[in-house]
Design a protein around this ligand. Structure first.
Ligand code: AR6
Length: 182
């Protein structure tokens, strides 16, 4: 069910794309900024839309690992994207342990379950937490693989999960890692 591809998630033709957000949906940098800019043309406007959606959907001003918020794809609809699902991964700062892994699993699973609820067939993730949040890419890839394998048993609507890696180095590193650990 999981496919690792190289690309730019802001134009990846999956019905839902996931944003690696922070708790407050302040899309200040990384893939969050790129998605906000591409979707609304104006980052501040997409932050406003996201915060409003968070209030409506969860009744609060911040999210925990495993909680997600859905916003419309706006300009990204031209690529076939219908929804943006915001999830928050752990902050690692180079340190990886069981606690980070559990938090990342929750973040991935929360988005996958929301995709089921929305009835989409395909969902694309960036390497959540592997950028500004500083989690080791290999561990992030491994956690994706394990979480999607677990989710596969409960999936009804979702048929395909993409992990979209932005840089050539990350993509090659992820493939190498998976080949060595089959
Ligand atoms: N398509 C796919 N992947 C991308 C793209 C793109 N267009 N742009 C960057 N990446 P990050 P985090 C990759 O830092 O570590 C934000 O400020 C990037 O190379 O975006 O979870 C949020 O608001 C990396 O592999 O997310 C939070 O405050 C991956 O996306 C914080 O950063 C994730 O990197 C979240 O940090």
């Amino acid at each position: 069910m999981l496919e690792i591809v190289r690309g730019d998630i802001t134009r990846f033709p999956a019905e839902a794309i996931v944003n690696a957000a922070n708790r407050y949906l302040e899309h200040g940098g990384g893939v969050a900024y790129a998605i906000a800019k591409a979707a609304a043309g104006n980052v501040r406007e997409y932050i406003r839309i996201s915060k409003e959606a968070m209030k409506e959907q969860l009744g609060k001003d911040s999210i925990e690992h495993g909680e997600v918020v859905v916003t419309p794809a706006l300009r990204l609809e031209r690529f076939g994207i219908k929804y943006v699902i915001h999830t928050v991964g752990p902050y690692c700062g180079g340190v990886w342990d069981e606690d980070k892994k559990e938090k990342l699993k929750k973040a991935i699973l929360g988005a996958l379950r929301k995709a089921e609820e929305l009835g989409v067939k395909s969902i694309a993730f960036p390497a959540v937490s592997a950028g500004i949040y500083g989690c080791p890419l290999e561990e992030v890839v491994k956690t994706f693989k394990e979480t999607v394998e677990e989710f596969e048993r409960e999936a009804k609507s979702v048929e395909r999960v993409y992990l979209v890696l932005y840089s050539e180095g990350d993509y090659e590193g992820a493939l190498r890692y998976l080949e060595e650990n089959l």
